[in-house]
Design a binder for this molecule. Structure first.
Ligand SMILES: [Fe+2]
Length: 248
């Protein structure tokens, strides 16, 4: 099964995804913002849409649902659906609840013969950042869900977020940690190569995403000193980081 990443040119820089099989010509899409773009790709590749995966209910992740459902008579897999989903004899979709950005947020893991290929993380995790909780979310739940991601996503799985916020997230990270060699190197790599898409592994996020490194004593001390606040735990570090990013 292939994954097509479509970067939209809207102000929110949404990513849409199409999962498809070249053998069966069946397809599923994730969080369609622009039904026209999805339809154009499906028609170009002679694919039939079998279902729509909705990571969460925000309008910019669901506005294409109705048009696509009417056109293809396909199902919607979201919070209301029951559990996991089997595509075919090899491919399987595992759905996990990860509330925080919104209460209804889901993680979709695409597995081939039991091995994770891709993680569709919606607005819970972005490249070098995490989602905010300003539109119906809860930051404590987001923290718990991010911990959960660290335990369940395979480091080799590709990470597919809902928006392309890598540039601003890296700028924030470097503003906070201007001397961090890993972040400086990452900024250079991202500026020189287009890393969106299949080259973003969860291992890369684990290395370069500050929100996944709140257990780092170095990061905790740095934030505490820079902002003259007390940080005594991973959770306090995460909360402080989210607050700083909200104000940045
Ligand atoms: Fe959202």
């Amino acid at each position: 099964m292939k994954v097509e990443q479509i970067k939209l040119d809207n102000a929110l820089m949404n990513f849409n995804y199409i999962l498809y099989s070249q053998e069966t010509k069946n397809a599923w899409c994730v969080d369609p913002f622009d039904a026209g773009r999805i339809k154009a790709f499906l028609e170009q590749h002679q694919l039939t849409l079998k279902g729509i995966l909705t990571t969460h209910g925000h309008w910019d992740h669901t506005q294409g649902n109705q048009e696509l459902q009417n056109h293809y008579q396909c199902s919607i897999i979201d919070r209301e659906s029951e559990g996991n989903f089997t595509f075919d004899e090899h491919y399987f979709l595992s759905c996990e609840s990860i509330p925080g950005h919104t209460m209804d947020h889901l993680l979709f893991l695409l597995l081939k013969d039991g091995k994770q290929q891709a993680a569709f993380v919606g607005d819970t995790l972005f490249h070098n950042g995490v989602g905010n909780c300003k539109m119906g979310g809860d930051v404590e739940l987001l923290y718990e869900s991010v911990l959960k991601l660290k335990t369940i996503i395979d480091p080799e799985a590709r990470v597919y977020p809902g928006h392309d916020y890598v540039d601003s997230n890296l700028a924030f990270s470097l503003d906070l940690m201007p001397d961090d060699e890993i972040l400086k190197k990452e900024k250079k790599i991202v500026a020189e190569e287009d890393l969106r898409g299949e080259r973003y592994t969860f291992a890369r996020e684990l290395k370069t995403n500050l929100f996944l490194n709140c257990d780092s004593e170095k990061l905790q001390k740095h934030i505490a000193q820079k902002y003259a606040i007390n940080i005594d735990s991973e959770k306090e570090c995460f909360m402080a980081l989210r607050k700083l990013r909200d104000r940045w």
